[in-house]
Design a protein around this ligand. Sequence first.
Ligand code: 5BU
Length: 250
Amino acid sequence: QEKKKISYENKLEKVEHPMAKRLLEIAIEKNSNLIASADILSTRELLDFADMVGPHIVALKTHIDILTDFDADSTILPLKDLAQKHNFLIMEDRKFADIGNTQELQFSYGMYKISNWADLVTAQVIGGSASLDGFHNVGVVAILGMSSKGTLTDAHYREEAMKIIENQSNVMACVAQNEIPDDLILMTPGVNLSDAGDSKGQQYNTPEKVINNYHTDFIIVGRGIYKAENPEQEAVKYKMAGWEAYKKAL
Ligand code: 5BU
């Protein structure tokens, strides 16, 4: 018999990180396992997008450093208001990948001051365990495996990475393209209902495939939603596809 996916309710009992608990609670409340990736270049469009898809997502994933008009007051304050209005978390996909000291500076200083506003941040584990120690008051989403063609995150890398992740109490989730132990939250990008990939190495799977095959907890969808003619309608479509696949996998 095929192994069943663990429910969000059961996972809620296993996880310890407060951000992991919040994320699972939002999933249960909204019947959604969708994280929208807002790879958008202007504040106005980012905020409009967040307001549109906000009711349907558990988290909004940002690449804050691609905004051409970032401003703490006009970008972050309204984004935080929208996160509260629609009950989603803000996940900054910074992919920290340096020594601990530099990462701490990048996390709290410079113009973005990520530590002031992000609920979750992504980090590579390439710098080793101690490099992650400085992330406080945030949920660290550790990158175990990448979706791109030719990624170096092979089985050996992932095995070593998993040892770091399991011993790091500030890590609340993993990003990967494979199944992971049940006591961690799994997020999977490279999800799209139609496209075969792009010309720059991205590889796509459907929500159904990643939830069924990897038992992923959260699907991360970028262009599939923000490039659609009607992003809100598309967000609903992905939310429903993700939730149906989740219920079927239980
Ligand atoms: P897309 O438009 O759905 O292809 O966007 C995917 C997003 O997820 C984009 O912001 C990437 O930076 C991010 N991503 C990814 O695609 N693959 C990975 O392995 C990791 C992050 Br880690």
